[in-house]
Design a protein around this ligand. Structure first.
Ligand SMILES: Nc1ncnc2c1ncn2[C@@H]1O[C@H](COP(=O)(O)OP(=O)(O)OP(=O)(O)O)[C@@H](O)[C@H]1O
Ligand SMILES: [Mg+2]
Length: 415
């Protein structure tokens, strides 16, 4: 008997859908969707999509690709509603954005979009996004393990100490201190090394990735776009590890406005980092931003970097006034004088004393001028301990790390 194979095959179930005002404006997307899904995809306008997403059929969708251009920004709420409807059904959303402003993208990521790809689509970008969104979540802890970082005990909260570094004038050496302090802390105890990480929160000009020769990963933007969902795995996944012992959350690949992160976002990020690390070193932007206060409150020590010059002194004065006016915890701030003159330079000692007195601060943390080697180490993407062990700046930072480690160890054993 002839087999009863269907004469006409059932149409393949739809696995994905593009949603756009007019899909013909996105012909490269049509090509890529065909290449990735053959006939298993459909196309809808914004209005129809809301009805479709409510139907039982939508359950089979693996993702939707919402394609928009600048003209759709006039009715961003409409696009937002589509994204929210898809998320309510746990369908992944990939935004395809042609000339869309960062603020609009920010809003749509907040509505719940999972990923975005610029249009015209770069080669392979849609495939990568589909793979990222539809594969089972990776085991991010492994990312760290692969770099030699031991797996953390999930039940253990390390309750880390937060050390923030803020340059009060451009180029005063804040990022150099952040990198080298973190490295010294991570290297301080061979038997029981503390777990140390760096968060580069200089979202516009962050240089930690350069100073440690690390790539800036797209995953940072993804993490920042959905910080409400942060957990240890999401944080570990967005980090890259330098020298097998120093995980870094670099600044995002593209500069972003500092108010991309809210105070709550930064609180959630620091809380998560503290759970996973003994020391959380934060490189702050030079500008005062809406979450500077948040970091000040979270910090155990907040290093404010200055140099012996008028510009630093004037900025320090403004900074101190702001702290006092807003009733911020200025006792946490430790002023560090970078490129400090040698101890034997008596006239310079007098100038340091006068600067401290006029600002009414202690200026006892002096970091030596390390000369050209410091910039060379930064340019080579290496900490000073690796590039120039005997550099005077390295010795000062090592001493500082040792004292912080001792204080922290004493606190932990007293607890
Ligand atoms: N103590 C030092 N001795 C010699 N060179 C230094 C010292 N500290 C920093 N530098 C050099 O000064 C430059 C600026 O340092 P860095 O980028 O760390 O400053 P920053 O405060 O983070 O600057 P930005 O305002 O750009 O964030 C770098 O080239 C660095 O190598
Ligand atoms: Mg910097």
């Amino acid at each position: 008997m002839a087999s009863k194979t269907a004469v006409r095959p059932e149409p393949a179930p739809i696995e994905a859908c593009t949603i756009a005002r007019d899909i013909q404006n996105f012909d490269l997307l049509i090509e890529d969707m065909e290449a990735e899904l053959g006939e298993k995809w459909g196309d809808l306008g914004f209005e129809d999509s809301l009805g479709f997403l409510a139907e039982p059929e939508a359950e089979n969708l693996k993702f939707i690709a919402v394609a928009m251009d600048g003209a759709d920004e006039d009715d961003l709420a409409k696009v937002g509603r589509v994204i929210e409807a898809a998320k309510a059904r746990q369908i992944k959303v990939i935004l395809i954005a042609d000339d869309v402003s960062p603020m609009a993208l920010h809003q749509l990521m907040r509505n719940g979009a999972d990923d975005f790809v610029p249009y015209p689509l770069p080669e392979g970008a849609l495939r990568d996004a589909i793979e990222r969104q539809t594969r089972a979540p990776a085991a991010p802890v492994l990312v760290l393990q692969n770099h030699g970082i031991p797996a953390r005990d999930r039940s253990e909260d390390r309750n880390g100490a937060v050390l923030a570094v803020h340059g009060l004038a451009g180029g005063t050496g804040a990022s150099t201190l952040a990198v080298n302090l973190a490295w010294e802390l991570a290297s301080i105890d061979k038997k029981e090394p503390p777990r140390v990480c760096i968060l580069d929160l200089d979202l516009q000009f962050g240089s930690i990735s350069t100073f440690l020769d690390l790539p800036r990963r797209e995953a940072v933007f993804d993490l920042f776009s959905n910080i409400a969902a942060i957990d240890g795995d999401a944080l570990a996944y967005a980090m890259v590890v330098h020298g097998e012992k120093l995980p870094v959350l670099t600044a995002p690949a593209d500069s972003m406005p500092h108010d991309f992160l809210s105070a709550q976002d930064v609180t959630a990020l620091i809380e998560q980092a503290r759970k996973n690390f003994d020391f959380v070193v934060i490189d702050m932007p030079k500008a005062l931003v809406q979450w500077t206060e948040t970091v000040l409150h979270a910090a155990h020590v907040y290093f404010a970097m200055v140099e012996l010059e008028m510009r630093s002194a004037q900025n320090a004065l403004r900074f101190i006034r702001t702290l006092k006016a807003e009733d911020l915890p200025f006792e946490k701030v430790r002023y560090a004088l970078n490129r400090a003159p040698k101890f034997t330079d008596l006239s310079a000692r007098g100038r340091i004393k006068r600067m401290a007195e006029s600002l009414d601060i202690d200026l006892d943390l002096l970091l030596a001028d390390g000369g050209r080697q410091v910039t060379q180490a930064n340019d080579h993407g290496q900490p000073l301990a690796v590039f120039a062990r005997k550099n005077p700046l390295r010795r000062d930072i090592e001493k500082l790390a040792r004292s912080l480690h001792e204080i922290n160890a004493a606190k932990v054993s007293a607890a």
